[in-house]
Design a protein around this ligand. Structure first.
Ligand code: SF4
Length: 385
């Protein structure tokens, strides 16, 4: 019995020469369409063989919302910031990011010289990040400037494009994560009188409210309306200007889901992601980032019942890993991030076999100037820890 090699959470047998996948040696891997035909039962073996061959030159990152068939190959699992930092700290030349586009961009901003970031499917975007278009944000900034005397500091969630992060960095602002948003908003108030919070309305509102800022001191900026749909007086009264963006997954959770789950499961604790609506966050027992949700469940005693308001792959994985607790989704209907789901084992196989063949497919390269300012915005946040 050969000694098993660990690849992500999988243990695979080392591949003797005779078992090597012949295509790996022939320089295939450029055309994705042929990978659609790869039989399912050979995917693990082929991915394992390519990963083994690439060795320490490769690091695969898996966001918590990735499907099991993909995330099991990840050397690191986590949220987008943690994964980008882990990749930058290792010696791998190739960073294959199983996540969505803005995450691969963040990895490219934080990577060190000589590393290349790859997104297995370029169609894996994020609807929330796409809701803050750089042209719209620049128009918003010009309109706020024209009002005059507002003293606005921009802050943007990690879940935004590199262009928006760079915009924020260049104008004295910072990035936030779902776990440090309050700290960064507090910091922003030391630099100005108002915060423009991009691109997630709900994270901004939930965080600011918990900081003691009343709802009537928050306005929503709708990029399709003049002055974002606000009067000058409303903007002058506001402490927080919330960009009208949301996560299509987390916005699906509704207050009635909380009521129903409490009625059906007496004693259950409800924990939701801060990208959920304000009304849902208000009804929940706890609010937590993905890492916060994982920690809360891990440290809860056996027998605890949890209804979790976040993406279904993470909820199901937590349920599998903690069978002594009852863990269910807050929404009885599946809440899947369809763009995360675009990364299939076939895409991962294509990316890694292409590397073996000497081809880099789907590289993510943030332009230099954007990279520089996005890094400034990220470093400001990191300096606040
Ligand atoms: S879960 Fe929401 S914020 Fe995260 S990648 Fe999917 S759409 Fe974007």
């Amino acid at each position: 019995m050969p000694q098993l090699i660990e690849i992500g959470s999988l243990a695979v047998a080392p591949q003797p020469e005779t078992l090597r996948v012949p295509e790996l040696e022939k320089g295939v891997g450029c055309d994705f369409s042929s990978y659609l035909l790869v039989p399912d039962n050979t995917l693990d073996e082929r991915i394992g063989a390519a990963v083994q061959k690439l060795g320490s030159d490769l690091v695969i990152l898996g966001h918590h919302y990735q499907r099991d068939e993909v995330i099991r190959f990840a050397r690191f699992r986590g949220d987008s910031l943690k994964l980008s930092q882990q990749a930058a700290e290792c010696d791998a030349k190739y960073i294959v990011f199983c996540g969505v586009h803005f995450m691969a961009e963040s990895a490219d901003v934080l990577r060190h010289e000589g590393q290349t970031v790859i997104l297995p499917d370029m169609n894996a975007g994020c609807s929330m990040a796409d809701m803050a278009d750089i042209g719209q944000v620049e128009t918003c900034w010009a309109e706020l400037d024209a009002v005059g005397g507002l003293g606005v500091v921009p802050v943007t969630y990690m879940n935004s494009t590199a262009a928006i992060k760079a915009f924020t960095g260049e104008r004295g602002g910072s990035v936030v994560t779902s776990s440090n948003a309050a700290r960064v908003i507090e910091w922003a108030f030391t630099r100005g009188q108002r915060v423009l919070f991009l691109p997630d309305e709900h994270l901004g509102r939930n965080t600011a409210f918990r900081m003691g800022i009343p709802l009537d001191e928050m306005v929503v900026w709708d990029p399709y309306q003049e002055l974002g749909g606000n009067t000058e007086a409303a903007l002058r009264k506001a402490k927080i200007i919330l960009w009208k963006g949301y996560c299509s997954v987390h916005q699906r959770f509704l207050p009635e889901h909380v009521d129903r789950v409490r009625a059906d499961h007496p004693g259950i604790r409800v924990i939701v992601h801060p990208e959920c609506r304000f009304e849902v966050a208000q009804k929940a027992d706890e609010i937590g980032s993905t890492e916060g949700i994982i920690r809360a469940i891990e440290k809860s005693p056996p027998g605890t019942k949890w209804a979790v308001g976040t993406e279904i792959h993470l909820v199901n994985r937590l349920a599998k890993e903690h069978t002594d607790r009852e863990i269910i989704s807050l929404d009885p209907h599946v809440c899947v991030c369809t763009t995360m789901f675009r990364i299939t084992p076939q895409h991962l196989l294509w990316a890694v076999e292409s590397l073996v063949a000497g081809n880099v497919v789907n590289p993510i390269t943030v332009p230099d100037e954007q990279r520089r300012w996005a890094r400034v915005a990220l470093d400001r946040m990191l300096s606040l820890r």
